[in-house]
Ligand binder design. Sequence first.
Ligand code: ADP
Length: 158
Amino acid sequence: MTTAVYPGSFDPVTNGHLDVISRGAELFDKVIVGVLHNSTKSPLFSVEERVKILKQATKNLPNVEIRSFSGLSVEFARQCDAKVIIRGLRAITDFEYELQMAQTNRVLAPDIDTMFLTTSLEYAYLSSTTVKEVAAFGGDITKFVPEFVVDEVHRKFC
Ligand code: ADP
């Protein structure tokens, strides 16, 4: 059985993330989405909230599991018995950082590979940061995140 992990902040999950998750779920027997608990950032949603939202957003994908983690992605992959880390690539701006991280991870864990899924074009511009910025000014985020997430985000800014 081939298992892949997809680590990220997912604050909140966007349609771009969900596109990567569903495509990963077609490629691997199991995809474990890792919600990063990053104590240096102050996220809009707590880890528990992000896990809950992701569980609901992926409930139609039986081979996708949602967990939280802190620390290194390669350690999370090891704990999950995964040999692959999935990352999404939107634009050249993602590439430099993602390449550096993939190469670092390869040195830390030569038995684990990073696999990049290039974004579907309709989500190429989309990031959690953009969603939060638009929502903070009362803008319409219905094209960026699932419907139930729209309500969750707006509740945070109320
Ligand atoms: P962000 O805040 O940029 O959305 P995350 O840490 O939540 O960042 O992202 C996790 C992974 O998902 C990263 O590999 C990131 O490049 C990727 N990703 C984020 N948004 C998209 C998108 N719209 N299309 C494809 N991949 C994406």
